[in-house]
Design a protein around this ligand. Structure first.
Ligand code: UD1
Ligand code: MG
Length: 405
């Protein structure tokens, strides 16, 4: 194994240990300072310290900063004129984007930011990595599936569209984890499953291909400390949650995934690992864009009598529904993806629909269940999607493309 990777593993282990100690130390401090949220799916409506993601993010940054010299050490002692400035830039730009995501997340936790900030800020934070991509790589070509070669040739250069695509990937990733959230263990759990899947992908590629070494090592350097610190956070966030991860964690986690796939040149493969998040986003669109009324919280509804969680609903006057919203709901209903009830109250027609999240959809399909079972179900779906992603990436892709790395 590469020596630098060994150092990264050792520092990650240290990061895991530090996270454990620091979370324990900071729980009472957060409570004392009034930094907590209410666990909405518990009888007691307990106060849970939040956002503890900021502690693990801080540990992550410490680990990453300590690690900076190691991948570049050999060039500092000799051959300084051959120092790989491009690689160094890539590494530092990734860290800048991650730092800004942590700052945005903490801002959101403290100030409850508006949606426009959540879209604008990540767009700006994507600039460091996109700039480095521009000056070091510049490749904006996409490989065309072999069935379309006769029409488009083997590759097409999509120019600026490529940068727009990568910028959108960053904005999507930073928000994707945060909108698939609200039950104990889900935010940290899904991040662990995705990060481990990507790390396995990187290791497989390192074994298969020597030509792309740097990209996959770079991805592992970012991911292993992330996995080590997040597994510890997951342990504390698991049902019944002793800590909440907060938006700080969600944005940090999303940005880390975005950074590794952009700098590692595997954003399409990353999209395969994010299928549940993509589905949740598409399904959420009518509420995110206010075509259908969207409450402040869309997390499942707790039933204290049975100690289970069930679908949470939005109820609104039928005439308030915009035509486009009406259309989206009709499409979801056709595919059996919607609970909808119309009823009359005080001479007006009202509509009740489930809040449009993957969590509520699972509850519609499988019925109410214990919160822990729901987290296990959603994490199993995530893991299953990772298996399918590997199958598509390593088997199906060669059926569609001539050259698959
Ligand atoms: C996002 C979701 C929102 C969801 C919320 C839950 C969108 C557009 N927004 O909002 O629908 O309700 O995340 O995280 O999809 N909480 C629990 N149990 C948990 C985790 C969180 O009860 O396991 C509650 C706590 O009261 C906690 C709060 O959710 O304080 C955190 O919500 P916050 O992260 O501020 O919500 P948003 O990210 O704005
Ligand atoms: Mg949140």
């Amino acid at each position: 194994m590469d020596g630098t990777l060994l150092v990264n593993c050792a520092l990650s282990a240290l990061g895991g240990f530090l996270s454990y100690r620091m979370i324990k130390e900071f729980i009472p401090i957060f409570l004392q300072r009034g930094m907590h949220g209410n666990d909405q799916c518990k009888v007691s409506n307990d106060k849970v310290p939040e956002p503890l993601g900021v502690v693990t993010a801080a540990v992550y940054l410490i680990v990453m900063f300590l690690f900076i010299p190691f991948p570049f050490f050999q060039w500092t002692t000799s051959e300084i004129d051959k120092f790989p400035h491009e690689k160094f830039l890539a590494f530092l730009s990734g860290l800048i984007s991650i730092c800004t995501a942590i700052l945005l997340g903490f801002g959101d936790d403290v100030l409850d930011l508006r949606w426009r900030h959540k879209l604008m800020f990540p767009t700006l934070s994507s600039l460091p990595v996109l700039m480095v991509y521009y000056v070091t790589n510049r490749s904006t070509s996409v490989i065309v599936p072999k069935y379309f070669h006769f029409l488009l040739g083997q590759q097409i250069d999509i120019g600026p569209l490529y940068y727009i695509y990568m910028g959108m990937m960053v904005v999507f990733c930073t928000n994707a984890i945060n909108i698939l959230a609200g039950i104990n263990g889900l935010e940290a759990g899904q991040s662990v499953v995705i990060a481990i899947s990507v790390a396995i992908f990187n290791i497989v590629q390192l074994i298969r291909l020597e030509s792309q070494d740097w990209y996959h090592y770079l991805s592992l350097y970012f991911l292993l400390p992330f996995i080590a610190t997040t597994v510890v956070l997951f342990y504390f966030n698991w049902y019944p949650a002793r800590v909440f991860v907060g938006d700080t964690f969600c944005y940090w986690s999303g940005m880390t995934l975005a950074v590794v796939c952009i700098l590692g040149h595997f954003s399409k493969t990353m999209a395969l690992f994010l299928v549940p998040q993509v589905f949740n986003f598409l399904y959420s669109i009518p509420q995110l864009f206010h075509l259908v009324p969207c409450p402040r919280h869309r997390l499942p509804k707790f039933d204290p009598n049975t100690n289970t969680v069930g679908m949470s609903m939005s109820v609104f006057k039928s005439r308030e529904l915009k035509p486009l919203g009406q259309f989206c709901l009709a499409v979801f209903q056709t595919f059996g993806l919607l609970h909808r009830r119309e009823f009359e109250r005080d001479g007006e027609m009202w509509t009740e629909v489930n809040n449009l999240t993957l969590i509520n959809l699972c509850l519609k399909l499988f019925g109410s269940m214990h919160e822990r079972s729901l987290t296990i179900l959603l994490l199993s779906i995530q893991a299953f999607c990772s298996c399918v992603a590997f199958f598509i990436r390593f088997y199906m892709a060669s059926l569609v493309y001539d050259v698959v790395h």
